[in-house]
Design a protein around this ligand. Structure first.
Ligand code: 13P
Length: 248
């Protein structure tokens, strides 16, 4: 049985003082859950988040990393740096990074390999645009993105990768994929992993849904056969609302 993993992606929101109050409010609300709880926060909040989340079941992640360990890359943060302050997770290949910051399938693949090298668990985002969906290309796009993202990883690394299926048209729009659509897309990702790495590995990989998840729709989505939790943007910015999603 795969566990449910609920991750918040704060994007470019929240200051350190807000981070501390948020985690102090969230911790008692989620302390009894069997689901995994992750908050992916801005770099400037990481240290405060890690300190405040000590002795709780809340894990902390970053939202991006560079694939080199160090070097002349002004403004970048490496996986090694993240690991040095005990960050556990890192989002890689979010559609906003693919769209605005030149993230490609190739850099996504490099970053995933580096995340494992540095001892971090990657949460890898894939998803189609509205145009691609309307052209009937959803499955082709998301399975290709998955294949390229995971290329060259060991079976064990694939097993430890979290994939977030986030249809781009559903992000921040209030439009959620239907639970059947989301489940089918996730199944197609799982089938692709099975083709390449074997059914056993595919059956163990956590694949989340993301895109306008909120407390009002979390339960119906997360109860579907292949949806193993969610990557939550806007609704992860309020502790009470996020706790309801975690405790769906
Ligand atoms: P929203 O939940 O705000 O639609 O964002 C989804 C997302 O991009 C999470 O990574």
């Amino acid at each position: 049985m795969r566990k449910k993993v609920i991750a918040g992606n704060w994007k470019m929101n929240m200051l350190p003082n807000e981070t501390i109050s948020f985690i102090e409010e969230l911790a008692p609300l989620v302390k009894n859950t069997e689901n995994e709880v992750i908050l992916c926060v801005p770099y400037t909040d990481l240290f405060y988040a890690l300190l405040t989340a000590q002795n709780t079941n809340i894990k902390i992640g970053a939202q991006n990393m560079h694939y080199e360990e160090n070097g002349a890359y002004t403004g970048e943060i490496s996986g090694k740096m993240l690991k040095s302050i005990n960050v556990d997770y890192v989002i890689i290949g979010h559609s906003e990074r693919r769209q605005y910051f030149n993230e490609t399938d190739e850099t996504v693949n490099k970053k995933i390999k580096s995340a494992f090298r540095d001892g971090l668990k990657p949460i890898v985002c894939v998803g189609e645009t509205l145009e691609q969906r309307e052209a009937g290309k959803t499955e082709e796009i998301i399975t290709k993105q998955t294949e390229l993202a995971l290329a060259g990883l060991t079976n064990e690394q694939v097993q430890n990768t979290i994939i977030a299926y986030e249809p781009i048209w559903a992000i921040g729009t209030g439009k959620t994929a239907t639970k059947e659509d989301a489940n089918n897309s996730i199944k197609s990702i799982r089938n692709k992993i099975a083709q390449i790495y074997g059914q056993n590995i595919a059956d163990g990989v956590i694949i989340q849904y993301g895109g306008s998840v909120k407390s009002a729709n979390a339960k119906e989505l997360f109860e579907m056969s292949d949806i193993d939790g969610g990557l939550v943007g806007g609704a992860s910015l309020k502790a009470e609302e996020f706790s309801k999603i975690v405790n769906f």
